[in-house]
Design a protein around this ligand. Structure first.
Ligand code: ATP
Length: 269
């Protein structure tokens, strides 16, 4: 299954400098995850568990995955990313086996962060509505999180969901996903900061007060929407550059300059 293929440890290149706004989230993650990963014995010396785990929840496209990757980068931990549904398999016992394989693979690359995206698909509430099979998956994951049988030393968990209400509440007990962090739609000034961050990639783009004003006016845009805005503006700039070049008949060197007007056109789109 794809989960086993994708369950390999990597070191993400995303850093906190790639993330706009979300300063509170970054600070919280520094305290709850990065320090425990970097100084495990310091925490142990005061009798504190250093296997902290965090649930990031909120609407899609606002930085949950970015935050998880940046935490791995900042703490020099390995990173294993799995989407909840990838671990599910219709054959009896296969899903539990996939969960156990994932943790055994993680044990061989500590310190490691396992990022469970779409956690709700993997561990829905255990009630009469759910199948026996899905209950077994929840139990297997709880066993792994509690370090029953095999130690969880050095394995840190970040999970993400748009639907925290459908996650089995047992997942949220102390020692499991202890810290809940809401990652919502950016506010007005958050959008300015995110757009400024996204524009840093362009040497040819000076972030101006007019662009800040444009970001403020992008009501209800998610971070992913702002990224798409930048992409569309870039396409518009390239289109203009190519057309000017083609008309002039002399290929010009230099690059495409993304203008404020390109952003305005992109926003209308
Ligand atoms: P999902 O619930 O769909 O998994 P998510 O919350 O994990 O969404 P991300 O994958 O982190 O969302 O964000 C999607 C893209 O949107 C990022 O790759 C990035 O380009 C952009 N983005 C979102 N939030 C921010 C942010 N705060 N700063 C900079 N870019 C952002």
């Amino acid at each position: 299954p794809s989960a086993l293929r994708e369950g390999f440890a990597t070191t993400p290149s995303t850093t906190f400098a790639d993330i706009g706004a979300l300063q509170f989230h970054i600070d919280t993650l520094k305290n709850t995850l990065i320090r425990p990963i970097i100084y495990p014995s310091l925490f142990a010396s005061l009798g504190l568990r250093s296997t902290a785990s965090v649930l990031l929840w909120g609407p899609p496209g606002n930085g949950k995955t970015l935050l998880a990757k940046a935490v791995a980068n900042a703490s020099h931990a390995n990173f294993i990313s799995v989407k909840g549904p990838e671990l599910l398999n219709k054959y009896v016992g296969e899903s539990e086996r996939a969960v156990r394989t994932l943790f055994s693979r993680a044990r061989s690359s500590v310190p490691v962060i396992i990022f469970f995206d779409e956690l709700d698909a993997l561990v829905p509430r255990r009630d009469g509505m759910n199948s026996e099979a899905s209950n077994r998956v929840v139990n297997t994951l709880l066993t792994e999180l509690d370090g029953v049988g095999a130690s969880r030393e050095g394995i840190y968990i970040i999970a993400a969901t748009n639907r925290p209400d459908v996650i089995d509440p047992a997942m949220l007990r102390p020692g499991r996903l202890e810290t809940l962090l809401y990652v919502g739609l950016p506010g007005e000034e958050d959008r300015v900061d995110i757009l400024r961050t996204l524009c840093k990639r362009f040497e040819t783009l000076e972030f101006s007060e007019q662009l800040a004003e444009l970001a403020r006016s992008c009501t209800r845009f998610s971070g992913a929407d702002l990224e798409s805005l930048v992409r569309q503006a870039s396409y518009a700039a390239i289109d203009r550059f190519c057309r000017e070049n083609e008309a002039a008949n002399v290929p010009s060197k230099g690059g495409a300059l993304v203008t404020l007007e390109d952003f305005r056109v992109a926003k209308e789109k």
